[in-house]
Ligand binder design. Structure first.
Ligand SMILES: Cc1cc2nc3c(=O)[nH]c(=O)nc-3n(C[C@H](O)[C@H](O)[C@H](O)COP(=O)(O)OP(=O)(O)OC[C@H]3O[C@@H](n4cnc5c(N)ncnc54)[C@H](O)[C@@H]3O)c2cc1C
Length: 472
């Protein structure tokens, strides 16, 4: 790992799943599956999707026998590694507007706004202490092209009924946070900062307390109707729900379903009061930007900056990372973003770096489905917006199971446009790898071009990359 004279990335802890575990400790592993078993619902994957689904099912129908099977430990995936932006974004909303009409997409957006409040309320009701602070989401623009995109983005969000969103100029932005070169920002109240691992550990404990069976160190090798197969035995259940997001490609028959896209993060050492003084950020908003290869950041509960962005986007053959280790070049690139935003932090040390995988469908649309003929269900493809979306997906899976089993009728959630959405698979290798590498190289080139220029027009390169990737 390369170092630098002042601050820099020397001595950084790289991997170890994530900084959040270094901070809050690893959980004691639960017992693996001990042989063949049965349940009413079996959930594969112990991240937010799986755990929230178990939570809502058990709350709605305490008599249900619900089993969660997790390959490592609950929160091993993105749910224990993310940036802690609990916010109202959902992947695919614009496409759903095209497919199902604007009203349907507005209902989806409204459900997402409510979901942020729902997660905050449940955490509080269940006594989950996860450093939650509801300061909203602030996204800044630092170039003329970014400002033009920011304004368009702001208007676009308003058109989905987000009337409480605000647009700030350079001065108002500077009063909130001193990002050098920031020329404007947009803020929504529908967001909160949280500690991802405290949430996932707390949720797993609550779910267990409700009577859900959780088996860890239990990889599912194959999902078939009414069967979840593991090396230690098979769990039989009328409903088998796949909640494996960025790891889905490792399941039999799912190699090209969702592409595992990498995202990497760094966390600084805690900042001094004088350093916070130089940065501002008293509102603890989650922070993002308008670059094509965007960044996302939060001010942590213990006074650090945790900041993420794209690393090496995708590994050949849909492989995932090794317990969150990321490339030295990525750590350096993220530190450069930090220092570009806040030059006064040039001497701050990076304490930890890590990465994780997101699930990306071919059309970049999140989805939740229950196939009523087989009892197989799944939710995911959230791309980078899953901290809140997993909760909406889980309540929807609950409603779909209850609808199918005759315990309840259709609900507002079962009628949302992302329910039952179908999409084609990704291309076989090497086209998959070449396509993603090319797309992200293009985004980086577009950002470089915009940083150097004064034009307000977004780089055509990025628009081209979006089209090739199937994003628009
Ligand atoms: C670095 C990073 C930063 C992010 N930042 C944000 C953010 O700030 N805001 C936001 O909204 N979203 C963010 N995301 C996305 C968000 O974290 C995810 O969308 C969300 O956590 C997905 O939850 P999940 O339960 O569906 O998947 P995961 O949390 O990945 O859980 C899947 C679980 O399934 C288990 N599993 C996989 N395969 C098997 C198998 N075969 N058998 C048994 N178990 C299996 C895994 O071990 C894992 O625990 C980020 C993601 C990453 C990687």
């Amino acid at each position: 790992m390369s170092g630098s004279a002042s601050g820099g990335v020397s001595g950084v802890v790289n991997g170890g799943v994530s900084f959040w575990y270094a901070d809050d400790g690893f959980p004691v592993r639960r017992e693996p599956l001990g042989g063949d078993a049965s349940a009413d619902v079996v959930i594969v994957g112990g991240g937010y999707t799986g755990l929230w689904t178990a939570y809502y099912l058990k709350k709605a129908a305490p008599f249900l026998r619900v089993t969660v099977l997790e390959q490592k430990f609950c929160g091993y995936g993105a749910s224990g590694r993310n940036g802690g932006w609990l916010y109202n974004g959902i992947a695919g909303r614009d496409r759903y507007a095209k497919l199902h009409g604007r009203d349907a997409a507005v209902r989806l957006q409204k459900a997402m706004n409510d979901t942020v409040a729902e997660v905050v309320a449940v955490a509080e009701a269940e006594g989950i202490e996860a450093d939650i602070h509801r300061g909203g989401v602030l996204e800044v623009a630092c170039t003329p092209a970014q400002l033009a995109r920011l304004k368009a983005f702001h208007e676009h969000e308003l058109s989905y009924g987000e009337t409480d969103r605000e647009l700030y100029g350079a001065r108002e932005t500077g009063e909130r946070i001193r990002v050098v070169d920031a020329v404007g920002s947009t803020w929504t109240p529908h967001g909160a900062r949280l500690h991802p691992v405290k949430l996932v550990k707390g949720l797993a404990a609550v779910v267990e307390g409700l009577g859900v069976t959780i088996h860890e160190s239990t990889p599912v090798t194959e999902i078939r109707p009414k069967h979840a197969v593991t090396p230690y035995g098979t769990v039989r259940a009328p409903y088998v729900l796949r909640c494996t997001e960025g790891f889905t490609a490792s399941l039999k028959g799912q190699r090209r379903t969702w592409l595992p896209m990498n995202s990497s993060m760094i966390a600084t050492e805690p900042l001094s009061e004088a350093q916070w003084e130089s940065v501002g950020w008293g509102g603890l908003e989650t922070l993002g930007d308008m670059a094509h290869a965007y960044m996302y950041a939060q001010r942590t509960g213990d006074g650090r900056i945790a900041l993420g962005g794209r690393g090496v986007p995708y590994r050949f053959g849909s492989r995932t990372d090794n317990d969150g280790r990321t490339q030295a070049s990525t750590v350096e690139a993220l530190r450069e973003i930090l220092v570009r935003f806040f030059p006064s932090l040039a001497g701050v040390r990076v304490a930890h770096a890590w990465s994780g995988v997101l699930g990306v469908p071919r059309d970049w649309c999140a989805t939740v489905t229950l196939d009523r003929s087989t009892g197989l269900g799944w939710a995911g493809g959230y791309v980078g917006s899953g901290v809140a979306t997993t909760n909406l997906a889980a309540r929807t899976l609950r409603d779909l199971v209850q609808l199918d089993s005759g315990q309840a009728g259709a609900t507002d959630l079962t009628g949302l446009p992302w329910v039952g959405h179908k999409v084609r698979k990704w291309e076989p290798e090497p086209f998959r790898w070449l396509g993603v590498q090319g797309m992200y190289a293009t985004y980086r080139a577009a950002d470089r071009r915009e940083l150097g220029g004064y034009s307000a027009e977004s780089s055509r390169l990025a628009q081209w990359a979006d089209r090739v990737a199937g994003r628009h």
